[in-house]
Design a protein around this ligand. Structure first.
Ligand code: GCU
Length: 416
């Protein structure tokens, strides 16, 4: 009894132990003013200001997505019409680039509800691969590089049978399909493995003239850019599938993949709804706030996610010509949802809320309301109209509560 109480206390004390040098004191977040959105009219925003800000994000943060990568090829490799006990049809689609055969391509898993003709669809990348998202035993195991993990039974950088379903709590497929939505997903490492040299075996090297000898230049895309590109190729395929309502696609992602869904969503307007789940630093959290992870920490730990210029703002976020309220504003007037988790201080929940709050004036240009409220709402209390926001009980994760809010949000906007 005594020992287990002791262990419990130690574990929770550890979980709350601030990392050295990381600020968790609201009084010390700093008060650098945010860059001015320079709003005038909706037309001016669309024609002039939005492209200017998008370019700043390309130059300074994520890098520019090359325009001339080539036409993707889609091959439906398997179809099962009675997946999930008859609830859904499951398809696998291999997406490749015939003019860049060095890229191994990506395997999309698509579940469409059998009860619907053409379903609206959530589109998102996974951390663990299709076999980790689904609990169905006949989903092919990914053979790609993965981060070593004892807990998830990833051995020698490869998935094993024991990794099946390890991400399924983050993808409540039955719940989503029962509400009439489809789900399209792929392993993010199919596009490019997530480590500093991953680009050499991934998309970025495959499509560049110099291949793996490329020296990354200022303004060139990082891994988040490459993963975002992959999301847009899934959208390309979905436009061709009769079981999907291609005009109702929502892009979704968690954490680093939430940063990715934001960047994919602002670049590709076919994503009618953009969802950021606990995206934190380099995602929805304002970079000027020194709380939890900072620009200095993220560019040191994950330089490959961003364009090289982004590291120039390590320790001087205030010098960056953009902040994340501008990223959220780039989605306007499309609905966007930002979610935080109460224990996820690393992601700076308040900074995530504030980017939505300070992006709301962009929506006002279009006669639409953003988050509506001035203060971060109480836990488990979703707010907002065209910018949805909640902070839910619990840790850095994707839960049924999160999905319920996203589906409510999509149902509300898409029934209008
Ligand atoms: C790290 C990183 C975060 C990121 C997270 C994740 O914690 O510092 O920026 O969001 O990994 O993707 O899980």
């Amino acid at each position: 009894m005594r020992t287990s109480l002791f262990l419990l206390l130690t574990a929770s004390a550890l979980a709350q132990t601030p990392r050295p040098g990381v600020n968790y004191d609201e009084a010390k977040v700093g008060n650098d003013p945010l860059p001015d959105l320079k709003l005038t009219t909706a037309d001016d925003w669309t024609q002039k200001r939005r492209p200017e800000i998008l370019k700043l994000f390309e130059d300074q943060v994520y890098g520019k997505t090359p325009a001339d990568i080539g036409t993707p090829k889609f091959e439906v490799t398997a179809t099962k019409s009675d997946a999930l006990g008859g609830l859904a049809t499951r398809k696998f689609i291999h997406i490749s680039l015939p003019n860049h055969p060095a890229w191994p391509g990506m395997d999309v898993m698509l579940y469409t509800p059998n009860a619907a003709k053409a379903a609206p669809c959530f589109v998102g990348l996974s951390f663990g691969g299709n076999h980790a998202v689904s609990t169905e035993a006949d989903v092919p195991l990914s053979t790609r590089w993965m981060r070593e993990s004892k807990e998830k039974n990833i051995i020698d950088h490869r998935a094993t049978e024991a990794t099946r379903g390890t991400e399924s709590s983050r993808w409540p497929l039955e719940m989503i399909l029962k509400r009439g939505f489809a789900v399209a997903t792929a392993y993010y490492g199919d596009i490019e493995p997530d480590h500093a040299d991953g680009w050499k075996e991934g998309l970025r090297a495959a499509v560049s003239k110099e291949g793996a000898n490329t020296v990354r230049k200022a303004g060139e895309w990082g891994a988040i850019g490459a993963w975002s590109w992959g999301l847009s190729r899934i959208a390309d395929y979905l436009q061709t599938d009769a079981q999907i309502d291609g005009s109702h696609l929502a892009v979704i992602g968690h954490s680093r993949l939430g940063k990715t869904s934001l960047w994919a969503g602002v670049q590709d307007r076919r994503f009618g709804i953009v969802i950021s789940n606990d995206s934190g630093e380099g995602g929805a959290a304002l970079m000027r706030r020194d709380f939890g992870e900072t620009t200095a920490i993220i560019t040191k730990a994950f330089p490959h996610w961003f364009t090289p210029n982004y590291a120039d703002y390590a320790g001087k976020a205030a010098a960056c010509p953009v902040d994340m309220h501008m990223l959220i504003g780039l989605a306007a007037p499309r609905p966007i949802y930002i979610a935080s988790a109460a224990e996820d201080h690393w992601a700076d929940q308040k900074g995530e809320f504030l980017s939505g709050k300070f992006a709301s004036p962009v929506y006002a240009l279009f006669g639409k309301q953003g988050v509506i409220v001035d203060e971060q709402p109480a836990i488990d209390t979703p707010v907002g109209d065209f910018i949805g926001y909640h902070i839910r009980t619990g840790k850095h994760d994707v839960t049924d509560f999160d999905w319920t809010q996203y589906m409510n949000f999509a149902a509300r906007h898409w029934s209008k």
